[in-house]
Design a protein around this ligand. Sequence first.
Ligand SMILES: N[C@@H](CCC(=O)N[C@@H](CS)C(=O)NCC(=O)O)C(=O)O
Length: 221
Amino acid sequence: MSVSDDVVVDFWANGFGMRVRIALEEKGIIYEYKEEDLRIAHRSKLVLEMNPVRKSVPILIHKGKPVCDSAVILEFIDETWEGDSFPRLLPEDTFERALTRFWVHFIDNNLFSTQTKFLKSKGEAKEEGKNELIADLKLLEGFLGDKLYFGGNKFGFLDIAFIPFSSMFDGYESHGNFKLEVECPKLAAWVKRCLARESVSKVLPNPVEMYELHKKWYGIE
Ligand SMILES: N[C@@H](CCC(=O)N[C@@H](CS)C(=O)NCC(=O)O)C(=O)O
């Protein structure tokens, strides 16, 4: 049994889970953290019980009830801790909210697979993977434009959904031999702004350790 009202079950290098932890930090919510072993044979009883459909992490267990899938969890967090005492994560305007959700879908459905394809690629395929990845990053940079954050002047939902990917940017650069600062200077400046926030710097892992892990996962020499 857990004594805390809020438990995050996650794996330290899981970008989807970093989103949840950053959102809770932004809202000032104290939570208990449980590290999950991601190897299939080691999946914990807790994860199998709390997320029987996907068996994936992150899971936010709020007052004993599980909420799964990071984008759903972020919305749950925003709606559960709302009002004057908490920063709002999703924009107030319905059109802006739709745009935010659209780009979160883009990250989950496009950028994530482009990243995986790129990291798995070797030889000639690597160049193609790199170009596709940079193209996706440029699309996101286009939406950022000259704004400070994706939603405008305030750090919010889309920043939280995307910033965990930046812990792989050093890895992208080493694997693809390019500089993000050159390809996407506005995005690179946005990363620096986000990293200056305690919620982000506290949660994001060391980029070197991230790349070392991905090298192991994808057999990168
Ligand atoms: N759409 C999910 C994706 C979560 C996800 O892919 N989690 C991975 C960790 S990187 C996982 O638990 N993988 C183990 C598995 O699916 O068996 C979310 O946004 O939370």
